[in-house]
Design a binder for this molecule. Structure first.
Ligand code: HEM
Length: 249
């Protein structure tokens, strides 16, 4: 196991790896294992820290993705949106680790060290809530440039396949954030109970309101419109829907 060199009470970087990664600064962020109030607090703390870092990668990727979109580089944008969605998936899966923590460990954290610390004040989470506003204007411009709509693309995906895959990556980005929020609600219910009160007095199961929020609501609306249109078209054709090659989009 690698050892951390401590000089004057501070961790010191020795190798180039340590210098490049700034592991001295990183390890300085770790909770002091002699001071934690329960075994699980170590993981609880680190899972929040790593989530903050991963969310920074999401913003970095989305920032570049929208620049690609502005230059009409749809494939490059799609690739980065997809990767950002994969980070969300990774964060959603990571919640299972915290689920393993006994509720008593969390109760000890909650009553002894958390103070007024609220997940809702996470800088990364607050920025995640604004991602839709960052992305959406670029999607609208791209659709206008290509003289198409989401419903048209869904109706004939092969005709504008690059655009279709781009839209699919955005569904994934939105969906994995919702999946994280649902997984987190379940985690909070397991650790504290649905009826428990948060610091602002609302019930834990009130987190469900956030689960229902969409990052890009227009995308999901368009699926409704697509479905209504295809249903109407099938109704005109004795219940049978012809593929786009034999119908007009
Ligand atoms: C024992 C496990 C956990 C419990 C019991 C718990 C509990 C809660 C509760 C009650 C809230 C709502 C009130 C508030 O903002 O504090 C909340 C919000 C939040 N927590 Fe946690 N949490 C846990 C783990 C985590 C982890 C591991 C993360 C991040 C990796 C996290 C991130 C957040 C975020 C971002 C919010 C705002 C969510 C929203 O408004 O939809 N929490 N948590």
């Amino acid at each position: 196991m690698p050892t951390i060199r401590i000089v004057n009470g501070e961790a010191v970087a020795a190798t180039d790896y340590e210098k490049y990664m700034r592991t001295d600064k990183l390890f300085a962020l770790l909770p002091d294992r002699r001071e934690i109030v329960s075994h699980g607090e170590f993981m609880f703390h680190i899972s929040h820290l790593t989530a903050e870092l991963w969310m920074q990668v999401i913003f970095h990727d989305v920032d570049t993705a929208v620049s690609h979109l502005a230059r009409d580089e749809l494939s490059q944008a799609t690739d980065l949106f997809q990767r950002a969605a994969m980070i969300e998936e990774h964060l959603a899966n990571e919640l299972a680790l915290v689920e393993k923590m006994p509720p008593l460990d969390y109760a000890l954290i909650r009553h002894n060290t958390l103070g007024k610390g609220r997940g809702q004040d996470s800088p990364g989470f607050i920025q995640m809530l604004g991602l839709g506003d960052v992305i959406w204007p670029h999607v609208v411009s791209a659709l206008e440039r290509h003289q198409t709509t989401i419903v048209d693309v869904l109706t004939a995906p092969d005709a504008q396949f690059e655009m279709y895959v781009l839209l699919r990556s955005l569904f994934e980005l939105d969906q994995w954030f919702q999946t994280w929020r649902f997984g987190h609600l379940r985690l909070a219910e397991r650790q504290m109970g649905a009826r428990a009160r948060t610091l602002n007095g609302s019930r834990v199961d009130g987190l469900m309101n956030g689960v229902r929020q969409r990052m890009l609501p227009e995308l999901w609306d368009a699926v409704n419109e697509f479905s209504e249109r295809t249903t109407a078209r099938a109704a005109q054709n004795r219940g049978r829907l012809e593929p786009p090659s034999t119908t007009s989009a």
